[in-house]
Structures are given as structure tokens and as C-alpha cells.
Unconditional design. Structure first.
Length: 108
């Protein structure tokens, strides 16, 4: 914050980043809950729980990545290189894996 009480642009960017990672982890969590509720009645074995477990793991991972990003963006001075390539690729791959596994279990 500056003396006038106006937040610095970097703090706004940090806040947007934190909110985006939180939204992503919440979306994974809701996906897992919906998959669990859908397969709660008439479960065909442990294979129907796998997509929900993957969604829960992806939610936890994206939440932890968000916490790490929050700590990184909270540093003063902000590090010169803060591009989160690996975490973004990790979450993207998790989304693709979750889609494929969910589609396969729904077809079987």
C-alpha cells in the first residue's frame, strides 16, 4: 500500500493470482464431489471412485501450488523470474487426465 492507501499494482496482481488458484482448486473439489454423489448409488466397484479421488488429489495440489505462489508474490522485492510454467503445466495435465479417466469410467 502507498501512503494514500491505494494498493500497489503488484499486490493486486498477487491477489488475482491467489483467487485464480483458489478457484481452480475449488472447481476440482466440486468435480470430485459431484462424481462421488453420482456414483454413490449403484457403484460398480472401486473404478468408479478413481475419478473422484483424482479430482480430490488435483484440488489439493492446485491449492498447495496457490499457497506457494502466494508466498512467492508476497516477497519484497518480487523475484525477477516468477513464471509458474511447471505448476501451470501440472494443473493442465491433471485436468486432461481427469477428463480422460472420467470419460472411461462413465463408458464402462
Amino acid at each position: 500500500m502507498t501512503q494514500s492507501g491505494v494498493p500497489r499494482p503488484s499486490s493486486l496482481a498477487a491477489e488475482r493470482t491467489i483467487l485464480a488458484w483458489t478457484r481452480t482448486s475449488f472447481a476440482f473439489l466440486v468435480n470430485g464431489v459431484l462424481l462421488t454423489i453420482k456414483d454413490w448409488h449403484g457403484a460398480k466397484g472401486p473404478a468408479t471412485v478413481i475419478p473422484a479421488a483424482l479430482a480430490g488429489a488435483a484440488a489439493l495440489c492446485s491449492f498447495l501450488i496457490g499457497l506457494r505462489r502466494q508466498r512467492t508474490l508476497g516477497q519484497r522485492p518480487i523475484p525477477a523470474r516468477i513464471t509458474p510454467r511447471v505448476p501451470v503445466y501440472t494443473v493442465g495435465i491433471a485436468v486432461l487426465v481427469l477428463i480422460v479417466v472420467t470419460a472411461i469410467t462413465q463408458l464402462v
